[in-house]
Design a protein around this ligand. Structure first.
Ligand SMILES: O=C(CO)COP(=O)(O)O
Length: 263
């Protein structure tokens, strides 16, 4: 059996919370808190996804103080530039040192009618601009009842990766829609089952090497009280955390649950 060398990723999706001043205070306190706790930043990567208007402030702080915290945006335009009022180009995000961008979050799929095709064009745009897409997939409660746990997430991943080839750097986040913000997280076994299927899909589409290297995260009502269970699962390489990432102590506690790499 292959040994995993994937570095776990604990990522906070702030959604539409915290302005740029609040984000600066939060990132400073988070860095102090993790440093105080001797967090092994090489053993578990920490990333935050603030609103667009915070990114410049976060970039400046992280770069000036050399904080070992990664960051990304919550969305990206499928287009490079032009008459697209309100949209943000991947080139602009790259210029702000964003490493990641969340694509296809269920809130964008439902509130902004993002189809699988739109998600795919955004994934291609992210890769073109050197950003790592965090591709979100997940089934609704109705899908779960009708099609079982893996069918919809696997189909969404296949659609998101249309025309994607080669040794790409991507992250996949399995976020069951019924678990987001509901307080009702999936069980670690449920998350593992779907994560394993997503990895099989990655293997089919992009080959063994990419499938082995790609982090598959679980997201949906992750808290400090349930993170350990998810981190024990072999195919779950971290978490995408919403509500709990806005609470400094909660987020710091979640981040500190490290998975042993290389076993
Ligand atoms: O949507 C999520 C992260 O992207 C999960 O949100 P909650 O952790 O608030 O359930």
């Amino acid at each position: 059996m292959a040994v995993t060398t994937r570095t776990p990723l604990l990522a906070g999706n702030w959604k539409m919370n915290l302005d740029h001043l609040q984000s600066i205070a939060f990132v400073q306190k988070l860095a102090w808190s993790l440093k105080d706790a001797n967090h092994d930043f090489d053993g578990a990567e920490v990333a935050i996804f603030p609103p667009f208007t915070d990114l410049r402030s976060v970039q400046t702080l992280i770069s000036a103080d050399k904080l070992p915290i990664h960051f990304g945006a919550q969305d990206v335009s499928a287009h490079d530039s032009g008459a697209y009022t309100g949209e943000i180009s991947g080139a602009f995000l790259k210029a702000l040192d964003c490493q990641y961008v969340i694509i296809g979050h269920s809130e964008r799929r439902t509130l902004h009618n993002e189809t699988d095709e739109v998600v795919n064009t955004k994934v291609l745009a992210a890769l073109k601009h050197g950003l790592v897409p965090v591709i979100c997939v997940g089934e609704t409660a109705e899908d779960l009842e009708k099609h079982g746990p893996s069918a919809v997430p696997v189909a969404q991943l296949k659609a998101a990766l249309a025309s994607v080839t080669g040794a790409v750097d991507i992250v996949v986040a399995y976020e069951p829609v019924w678990a987001i913000g509901s307080g009702q997280a999936a069980t670690p076994e449920q998350a593992e089952q779907v994560a394993a299927q997503l990895r099989v899909t990655l293997r089919e589409l992009l080959g063994d090497e990419v499938a082995e290297a790609t982090r598959v995260l679980y997201g949906g009502s992750v808290k400090s009280g349930n993170i350990a269970g998810f981190m024990r699962e072999p195919n779950v390489d971290g978490a995408l955390i919403g509500g709990a990432s806005l609470d400094l102590n909660e987020f710091a506690s979640i981040v500190r649950f490290q998975k042993h790499v290389g076993t």
